[in-house]
Design a protein around this ligand. Structure first.
Ligand code: RIB
Ligand code: CA
Length: 318
């Protein structure tokens, strides 16, 4: 079982990733670090708390992360994709128990689990970059590995022609993480745009009623899918950018990778663009300085797993 510290900005696809993690017997979710992104940090925290409560795991710590990017600029949120409160038409209830912690609790978890821990970042990179700055790279790099959802390699962006939303949201932070981090796997739009879940699949999941999420899943999915209809006409469904990143953590063999040193453009004009040198070169770099970029995957294996996990029942004692 993989111990996962998830950084995210729930947000509909982050919400589905949290549900996937809670239901997956191969994932031990040890904490959720919430930050600005799809919604503001406070809303992201409330949404994570609601999902953990619904899943019967209010004990899992929710760690309050970054409220904005390193640049200090005003943040743009995405209510048209994720809904006014980040869960489509659902408004999380106001009073429930949650184990909400300050950011330094993330340091405790990293120190405690070290090489047993996988860090997964499905939101803006600010909180993870702050961990590098405050805790130091030796300690953060003592974790087993790091998975980042973001970027687009020689592939169209989703917030600009060249940039993906997570890496665009705080390019200084993502660049810092890539510069200081080790054992990083990137799951970019090249992969996640193809992680399409169709309305028919969601009908099956919500009809099974095997877990407490079955009534939530359909309305949040429909909101998100309607937004995607506007964004990418002709798509039969919507991509699960963040859930497929967790699928990759426990099923890395279903992906094909290329290893390159990756940086992120922090300039105004092409902000958030991922830069990797794909030229064939005689002097290969040492693997330790390279980042592993997923470029394709086995869609059928992913959907089979997604359906199995999302229609399963909760195992509280995992
Ligand atoms: O570009 C897709 C990513 O941006 C996803 O993580 C989504 O939740 C948003 O944060
Ligand atoms: Ca996200």
């Amino acid at each position: 079982m993989k111990k996962v510290l998830l950084f995210g900005d729930p947000g509909i696809d982050d919400a589905i990733a949290i549900i996937y993690a809670l239901l997956n017997p191969e994932i031990d979710l040890v904490g959720v670090v919430t930050g600005f992104g799809n919604v503001d940090e406070k809303q992201a925290t409330d949404n994570a708390a609601y999902l953990l409560q619904l899943g019967g795991r209010p004990d899992i710590p929710i760690i309050r992360g970054a409220k904005g990017p390193f640049s200090g600029e005003i943040v743009t949120y995405y209510p048209e994709i994720h809904g006014p409160e980040g869960l489509g038409p659902i408004r999380p209830p106001e009073n429930f128990t949650a184990n909400v912690r300050d950011f330094n609790f993330a340091f405790e978890l990293i120190r405690k689990y070290k090489d047993e821990l996988t860090i997964v970042d499905t939101g803006r990179s600010t909180s993870l970059a702050a961990a590098y700055l405050l805790l130091g790279e030796d300690i953060v790099n003592s974790v087993q590995d790091i998975y980042l959802m973001g970027g687009a390699f020689n592939y169209p962006g989703n917030v600009t022609a060249v940039a993906e939303a997570n890496f665009h949201g705080d390019p200084i932070a993502t660049d810092l993480v890539l510069e200081k981090g080790r054992d990083i796997t990137i799951i970019p739009l090249n992969v996640t745009n193809h992680s399409i879940v169709t309305p028919q699949m969601i009908d099956v999941i919500s009809a099974q009623q095997q877990n407490p999420f079955s009534t939530l899943i359909k309305p949040i999915y429909e909101y998100y899918t309607n937004a995607y209809k506007e964004l990418i006409p002709g798509l039969n469904g919507s991509p699960m950018h963040d859930a497929i990143t967790l699928f990759a953590v426990v099923n890395p063999h279903y992906f094909q990778y290329i290893s390159r040193r990756v940086r992120v453009d922090t300039s105004e004009k092409s902000r958030g663009r991922t830069i990797a040198d794909f030229r064939v070169k005689p002097d290969a770099e040492p693997l330790v300085t390279l980042d592993r970029i997923a470029l394709s995957f086995d869609y059928h294996a992913y959907i089979k797993d997604f359906m199995k996990i999302m229609t399963s029942s909760l195992t509280h004692n995992k």
